[in-house]
Design a protein around this ligand. Structure first.
Ligand code: NAP
Length: 300
């Protein structure tokens, strides 16, 4: 349980509602900042303006998946007002106050470092990335269906990268009957691809390997689908780039060649906000409970 714990939830989208639901069930006291336009009420959670929250009592701050922008502004889809997380606010929190965010940037790194507050990036965790790969794959399937006039079954799908997303994508498209090839650069990844019953290729041979591909799904956050690679693809190839912005595709050249290339960020929040929210809520409740246990241990 999280009885006695006070948490500021700043901004976010539908995913954050699952977090609020879970934490209030665990008896935490929540301050919801940037939620004025939300109709729903949660017992144990109070909607408040950021300037009216007493941060000296706050044990944890939960930011939405993108964290803040480079000026400290937090995305708030349930509010018409701008909300900023500043160094001054963090400095007014107790020393043990932890900031939880999906990802970070220079601004968030700098204000947490300057105030000596712990920052937890949830999306750096393997468990979150693997759970999140499930709705990501479902969103990828949706895009493949929407943007092609052929079935996934029987088509040639080239997956680039065998990380947490790449592995789930490759396995699922294979299960749907696609002929899946997977490109990687590490010998152990090539071995794993073979073990999975898929066809491996080294990324050095990418241009050759995508010559007859119908759908190319990139998960590598690095310029990998270059103009030279796109030039070798059949004209009907669909590129779905899942890598974080700006993706790994030369979109300018793809457009010039008339190849459909789609950058598809944030699929879990789009296709399954409830599940994506539950993934975050589960890991956050676990982390907050561990934190509380540790602090209680220290004071005994
Ligand atoms: P990951 O586990 O770190 O996997 C990344 C893969 O890219 C690994 O196979 C890695 O291979 C490869 N890679 C990285 N840099 C490379 C380079 N310079 N050359 C060749 N290969 C390289 O990451 P992930 O969790 O699978 O996520 C992949 C991407 O998808 C990330 O950008 C993530 O932000 C994004 N993502 C998008 C969505 C969405 O909705 N679109 C959802 C979740 C995640 P090595 O091991 O050889 O480095």
């Amino acid at each position: 349980m999280l009885t006695g714990i006070q948490i500021a939830v700043i901004g976010g989208d539908a995913r954050q509602l699952e977090v609020v639901k879970k934490l209030t069930e665990l008896d935490a006291k929540l301050w919801l900042i940037g939620f004025e336009q939300l109709d729903h009420a949660f017992s144990g959670a109070v909607k408040e303006k950021i300037e009216d929250v007493d941060f000296s009592e706050i044990d944890g701050i939960i930011l939405p998946v993108p964290g803040t922008n480079t000026e400290g502004k937090v995305e708030t889809i349930f509010s018409g007002e701008n909300v900023y997380l500043t160094e001054e606010i963090l400095a007014s929190t107790p020393a043990h106050c932890t900031v939880y965010s999906g990802i970070s940037n220079k601004y968030l790194d700098s204000i947490t470092t300057n105030t000596n507050r712990k920052l937890v990036q949830l999306f750096e965790r393997d468990d979150v990335a693997i759970y999140n790969s499930i709705p990501t794959v479902e969103g990828t399937i949706m895009m493949a269906i929407q943007h092609t006039d052929f079935t996934i079954h029987g088509s040639k799908v080239s997956v680039l990268g065998l990380g947490r997303v790449g592995m789930s994508v490759a396995r699922t498209f294979h299960a749907l009957g696609a002929k899946v090839t997977v490109g990687a650069r590490k010998s152990e990844h090539l071995a794993r691809i073979t073990e999975m019953g898929l066809e491996p290729f080294h990324l050095d041979d990418l241009s050759e390997s995508i010559k007859d591909t119908d759908i190319c799904i990139n998960t590598i956050p690095y310029q990998i689908v270059t103009a030279a690679v796109i030039a070798k693809m059949p004209a009907h190839t669909l590129i779905i780039d899942l890598a974080s912005k700006p993706g790994g595709t030369d979109f300018r050249y793809a457009e010039k060649r008339g190849i459909k290339a789609l950058l598809a960020p944030g699929l879990p929040g789009i296709v399954a906000p409830k599940t994506a929210g539950k993934i975050l809520a589960n890991v956050l409740s676990q982390l907050l409970q561990e934190d509380l246990k540790q602090r209680k241990g220290k004071t005994i």
